[in-house]
Design a protein around this ligand. Sequence first.
Ligand code: AMP
Length: 352
Amino acid sequence: MIPPGKTIGIIGGGQLGRMLSMAAANLGYRCAIYAPEPSGPAADVAARWVQGAYDDVAALQAFAATVDVITYEFENIPVAPLEALRTPLAPHPRALATAQDRATEKAFVKAIGGRPAPWAVISERGDLDMALELIGAPAILKTRRFGYDGKGQARLKDAADADEAWAALAFEPAVLEGFVEFEREFSLLIVRGADGAMATWDPVLNVHEDGILALSTVPAALSPETVDAAKALAEKIVTELDYVGVLAIEYFDTPSGPVFNEMAPRVHNSGHWTIEGAVTSQFENHIRAICGLPLGSTARAAPRVEMRNLIGDQANGWDMILSDPAAHLHLYGKGQARPGRKMGHVTKLFFD
Ligand code: AMP
């Protein structure tokens, strides 16, 4: 157990690091951030910021020596330097390695009984023709690594789009995925404690705009069978990975049940509603889990909760948002409101 008063090291200094640091501070911990940028959203609320590259083993080790436990808020970091650290680290880098590669991730989920979309590994242009024959079109080509918010993806209406799609991904190793005719997209967040205790928050209905999460709503209006299947897979994933902390899984809801899309071995944008909308937020439960404290209740605090992302200049409307006294405004302290940049979010609880 890492008791309150100790220091938590967080790799990555964005808004997730900011909200983790605030939750940690409430529990009496101090946070130190390690990130390649000179500063970031977490800098305003953490005790210390150390600038260093994610693959700088010596710098990471020096950072690790100054903290009592390490976690990460960003998954596109090399795994090997983390594995070399002697400071306790959660979640286990195995989870990171699995989630970083779409092919590894899908194979893992399928092996434990989950249902990803049909997929094929694409290492060279020729693979794509064979995969299209097997999977059919429409389909989506996605880079195996470093994709986020819809980046590193190309849609294929039919086989004639193959050349263009392959070039759009800069000829990088990829997977071709069959197009899932889903009715809605939802996510499920689960936390697993150091003692193996597990808790899930209510599934979240997610609406994306331009590949970026725009709106999350709870409850998600899913069938009880779908919720059970999504939860059962989540529990299997975290148990199998001996996972400690919060993990987010994105699903497609289809008439034949949930289809696994992807997972993130960290706190997640679709869980921001839990700050006010649940008894214990995803951030607090992540800190509790990695420090070996008992988990808090994940029960919903209102019949309905809505979380809207403030993307780009939407954040400039903060004064309008505050004219609603029931709105919970979160701004991440980012300077420039560039298009597509997540600047903040606003959460509202509904009791009627
Ligand atoms: P991803 O980055 O993999 O979550 O993909 C971004 C968005 O593209 C998803 O939220 C879906 O709206 C859409 N998408 C991704 N994969 C598929 C698929 N296999 N079938 C249908 N839509 C998809």
